[in-house]
Write a protein that binds this ligand. Structure first.
Ligand code: HEM
Ligand code: MYR
Length: 421
């Protein structure tokens, strides 16, 4: 049959497959891609017909903003915990372009230089405390490092006594993303408290009772005017400031996986001892490709179109497999192997390496914080390898492919921590 004709898209049986998504986690789309021998198929999730797509060619279509929109794509329970309501993730067209520029304007080279300095400052500060502790739980304790980097850079005042509590609350919002029951409600409560805290700061700045330096994101977002020339609602400013603080704290997950990789691939770790920038970069890029974090992202078909002979009907919920694309055999050689040097050959396509989304930053929904993530991770892996001594006691370093988000099961316990330089 010609690709131009409308074929029946491969379809998964079953009235609703939500439980299978929760059970199979990161491998839900990949498992069906293999059995159906197709990069695109249809299923039913949360009671709704849903298309799933994987691979760089699918990513290219998914990031065509004529074909897909974001309005009403994220499930409401995810907005209550992870994203917040009214933020950049759910905007389209002119409104998105304008809001995204607000983010990208603060992602400049002086920000990145400051982020690298702050990363070292707060690793030093917390590592000094860790020397006094019997054990450190890296996936937990690194959240405090990250929350302090985020707040200082963003211009959000954070008292010393509030650091750990705030870091935990930010953690609750992303840990609750796919949770049901008590963890979900904990995430909601933490989001409300965080939103109230930032909303109050925004209102003080607007009333003139609080000063924040003009170059800081808190000031910039507070006085940002939307595409119609209006200031954002205070609550929306809070949601967007939390769209900086929350994901920066979530880098703790990648830090835990980085430490896991250093342990599992000792020859690769050894090579990082000269601190050479290119090697650090390739190592953390492979961490972002190899380990599971953000499983898939969601959009809705904007106007009916045909791709590969299949009809995508206007309004249909569509998931792009981020994890599966990073592991797709059509895009990667030996995708199941941890090989940092693969990035020597990488073609820099915006569609095959998409742990933080693909396509373009300004007109698309690619992660605004990808450069910050890379720089924090480079400084962090260098700190772990070249500035810190630690031991890993007996523990479970494995990680689950079912839990979203996943982390090493023991959360990376470190003992005998000492700074070495
Ligand atoms: C969007 C992942 C860190 C800010 C996204 C998306 C993903 C992602 C998958 C959505 C892409 C899409 O829907 O097409 C991650 C991961 C991170 C991370 C795994 C590691 C911890 C950061 C950081 C920041 C940030 C550090 C800010 C400093 C954002 C924003 C968006 C976004 C504002 C929305 C962009 C838009 O809708 O246009 N991220 N991110 N993220 N991320 Fe990140
Ligand atoms: C962030 O905080 O924005 C970055 C890290 C959070 C990762 C949490 C992964 C859960 C995503 C659930 C699926 C999204 C479907 C739209």
């Amino acid at each position: 049959m010609s690709k131009e004709e409308n074929n029946q898209m491969p379809q998964e049986e079953g009235l609703d497959n939500t439980l299978k998504v929760l059970k199979e986690g990161y491998q839900f789309i990949m498992n069906r891609r293999h059995t159906m021998q197709s990069n695109v198929f249809e299923t039913k999730i949360l009671g709704e017909k849903t298309i799933c797509m994987s691979g760089s060619k699918a990513a290219e279509v998914f990031y065509d903003s004529q074909k897909f929109r974001r309005a009403d794509a994220a499930p409401s329970r995810l907005k209550k915990t992870l994203f917040g309501e009214g933020g950049v993730q759910g905007l389209d067209g002119e409104a998105h372009f304008h809001r995204k520029a607000m983010f990208m304007n603060v992602m400049n080279s002086s920000t990145l230089a400051e982020i690298r300095t702050l990363t070292n400052k707060y690793w030093e500060k917390e590592a000094a405390k860790w020397e006094e502790k019997e054990k450190v739980v890296l996936a937990e304790d690194s959240k405090s490092i990250l929350a302090q980097i985020a707040c200082e850079w963003a211009g959000v005042p954070l008292e010393e006594e509030d650091v750990d509590k705030t870091a935990q609350q930010l953690g609750d919002t992303f840990e609750a993303s796919a949770a049901v029951g008590p963890a979900h409600w904990k995430g909601r409560r933490s989001r409300s408290k965080l939103e109230d805290w930032i909303t109050e700061l925004v209102s003080e700045i607007r009333e003139g009772t609080r000063n924040v330096p003009e170059d800081r994101p808190l000031y910039q977002f507070t006085w940002h005017k939307d595409h119609e020339g209006k200031l954002l609602d205070e609550k929306i400013v809070a949601v967007e400031i939390l769209n900086l603080l929350r994901p920066m704290t979530a880098i703790s997950v990648y830090i835990a996986f980085t430490a896991q990789a250093l342990e599992q691939y000792p020859e690769e770790a050894e090579r990082l001892k000269d601190g050479e920038d290119g090697k650090l970069q390739r190592f953390i890029q492979e961490v972002r490709r190899f380990y599971p974090f953000f499983p898939f992202t969601a959009a809705r078909v904007n106007q009916t179109f045909t791709w590969e002979g299949y009809e995508f009907e206007e309004g249909t919920l569509t998931l792009l497999d981020l994890y599966g694309t990073n592991h797709h055999q059509e895009d990667w050689t030996n995708p199941a192997l941890f090989q940092p040097d693969r990035f020597k050959e990488w073609d820099e396509s915006p569609f095959n390496f998409i742990p933080q989304g693909g396509g373009e930053f300004s007109i698309g929904h690619r992660c605004a914080g990808e450069w910050i993530t890379i720089d924090i991770l480079k400084e962090s892996v260098n700190f772990l390898v070249n500035k810190l001594h630690y031991e890993l006691p007996e523990q479970d370093l494995s990680f689950s492919m079912d839990d979203i988000p996943s982390i090493p099961k023991s959360k990376m316990i470190l003992t005998n921590v000492k700074r070495t330089s």
